[in-house]
Design a protein around this ligand. Structure first.
Ligand code: SF4
Length: 370
């Protein structure tokens, strides 16, 4: 009798049919997953969820408002990466302000902003710096370059974010995640110690490359860890990433920046996940030069569910504005702006039929696999 009862145990049954959920932190991984139809190849019990690893998407509206406010000063040349110009703050984007009157320029490297400052000694050149640990060392390099070349009219508006603190938030959220596909490029800089927070929370982690076979192998490695009840960091992306990371970049970041709190769009304030310019380089700090206060809190645009999407709680398919009012030509929320934003990725690569990432109904143009 005892044996029969055990084989009819509801709790055991729940465990057997429960989905295994992995989160890919980085938008680059979400692109590859959807572009190559990987979710449709996986066993039905394995679900992949997009995370908050799109730097443009998580930049707060208040920071964008502050950058726009600065750009209205005729003495200032505001510079940033192309995607950052299209994301709206509370009312408008940097590119809309540029269309009105501001001198806002797209740059491809922070060094370009330093050169611009040298070319225009009568103006103040501000670099609106976003990105994770991959781009922060490049910003640090530009600060050092400005110091070396004595570019006194160069400033950094630092809106960088770092990953360990947000990973900790994700492991404590209401969504049960069984493992993480970790960003290969961030790890190439930081090394794997930033994933200690995952291991402490008992979550398997695999550092992955960005090609479809990289991701398939990473999912396989995660599944193996889940099956063996292990939680450790494995590196799949060995052709680029080493356990210790890039020491030169780490020293540079450490020299120029110190940790501070940061506000993540749709998620909120997360302690120690921002980067502030250290006092030794304060003359390049736009926040102190122009009296910009640190971000407190803000509300998301009405109807936009970017906040839930960035935490893996919902997908773009659950947003009523997706593809109708919100599309890449008219992005309502930040997740539709960048090529690495989850909504933009779904817009381009979701399949019309079938699969966890497919549209339930027909009628949309075929996005296809490119
Ligand atoms: S589809 Fe647009 S409005 Fe909806 S969550 Fe995505 S960005 Fe926000």
């Amino acid at each position: 009798m005892k044996l029969i009862e055990e084989f009819r145990n509801g709790e055991y049954a729940k465990g057997l049919v429960e989905e295994i959920r992995f989160m890919e932190f980085c938008g680059g991984h979400t692109v590859a997953l959807l572009k190559y139809g990987i979710p449709d190849m996986l066993p039905p019990a394995v679900e992949m969820l997009a995370g908050p690893g799109c730097p443009v998407c998580v930049t707060s509206r208040t920071e964008i408002d502050q950058a726009i406010e600065l750009s209205r000063d005729p003495k200032i040349i505001m510079t940033s990466f192309g995607d950052m110009l299209r994301v709206r703050g509370t009312k408008m984007s940097l590119s809309e302000q540029k269309a009105l009157d501001a001198d806002v320029r797209v740059i491809y490297s922070p060094d370009d902003a330093v050169r611009l400052a040298l070319k225009h000694p009568d103006r103040k050149v501000v670099f609106f710096a976003v990105g994770f640990e991959t781009t922060a060392p490049v910003t640090a390099c530009a600060v050092k370059l400005a110091e070396k070349l004595d570019a006194r009219n160069f400033y950094v508006f630092a809106a960088h974010k770092t990953t360990p603190g947000i990973l900790k938030v994700l492991t404590k959220g209401k969504l049960k995640l069984d493992g993480f596909i970790c960003p290969g490029h961030v790890t190439a800089i930081t090394g794997i110690s930033i994933y200690d927070v995952l291991i402490e929370a008992g979550k398997p982690a695999v550092v992955s490359g960005f090609e479809p076979l990289d991701i398939l192998q990473s999912i396989y490695l995660l599944l193996k860890q889940v099956n063996r009840n292990r939680a450790e960091v494995e590196i799949q992306y060995r052709r680029v990433t080493r356990a210790g990371g890039n020491k030169v970049a780490q020293v540079l970041m450490e020299e120029v920046f110190e940790p501070t709190d940061a506000y993540w769009r749709g998620i909120g304030r997360v302690s120690g996940t921002g980067l502030k310019i250290r006092s030794g380089f304060s003359r390049f700090d736009a926040l102190s030069e122009f009296g910009i206060s640190n971000v407190l809190e803000e509300k998301e645009t009405t109807g936009c569910i970017c906040g839930s999407i960035l935490r893996g709680l919902e997908t773009p398919l659950e947003c009523p504005l997706f593809r109708s009012l919100c599309n890449p030509e008219n992005p309502i929320g930040a997740c539709m702006v960048s090529d690495e934003g989850t909504c933009s990725i779904y817009y381009r690569f979701s399949r019309r039929k079938g699969g966890a990432h497919g549209f339930p109904e027909a009628g949309f143009p075929e996005a296809g696999f490119r």
